[in-house]
Ligand binder design. Structure first.
Ligand SMILES: [Zn+2]
Ligand SMILES: [Zn+2]
Length: 191
């Protein structure tokens, strides 16, 4: 059997996702959390997860779909989704994760536009992508939403609130994260 290198976080594109988005997320996960990542083969967006009335993808169903796939050698999985995501109680979500679990998804669809509908420069798009990915990764390590409006774990439902959040965890969330990584022995996966 081939000796597989172990990675803390596997990243994969679902649909047409710029390669740079995967690279930016990977660089931030390593840079902020010292966790290694790998890029997994891209998957097509499963059409059974598309709500034909809403013309959006059901985030929970995409996570279920990912659960049915095998990603050997990865402790956590984040899917970067081309399409817009929703949960039944929300008009849209930027991302969704299993609390304390393995799989998360983030949608790039709305991150490319400002609140007024104008297209954002790439720098804004990639910064938002990194924020949403680090937020959902926090949920995978069982971090909950944080009251600190500057913290990455603060809930954001709009581009405006997402832009207002700093690209960093507050000291409390950061130390919780480090402890969670140690408990899961991911510390051994740190490069
Ligand atoms: Zn959240
Ligand atoms: Zn926090």
């Amino acid at each position: 059997m081939k000796n597989r290198k172990k990675h803390a976080v596997g990243l994969l594109a679902m649909g047409r996702v710029p390669e740079m988005a995967l690279k930016i997320v990977s660089a931030h996960i390593y840079g902020y959390l010292n966790l290694s990542t790998c890029c997994l083969p891209a998957l097509a967006l499963p059409q059974e997860c598309l709500d034909k009335k809403r013309l959006q993808y059901d985030a929970a169903r995409i996570i279920q779909y990912l659960e049915g796939q095998s990603f050997p050698g990865c402790s956590k999985i984040i899917g970067l989704v081309e399409g817009d995501l929703f949960l039944p109680i929300f008009t849209h979500v930027f991302g969704e994760a299993q609390q304390g679990g393995t799989h998360a998804v983030i949608s790039l669809a709305r991150l490319q536009y400002r609140e007024n509908g104008c297209r954002s420069p790439d720098s804004e798009f990639y910064e938002r992508t990194a924020k949403v990915a680090l937020h959902e990764l926090g949920h995978l390590f069982n971090l909950f939403h944080c009251d600190d409006s500057q913290c990455l774990m603060h809930f954001s439902g709009t581009i405006e609130t997402l832009d207002a959040i700093a690209l960093n965890y507050c000291p409390y969330c950061r130390s919780f994260f480090t402890d969670a990584c140690r408990r899961k022995e991911l510390i051994s996966l740190i490069k």
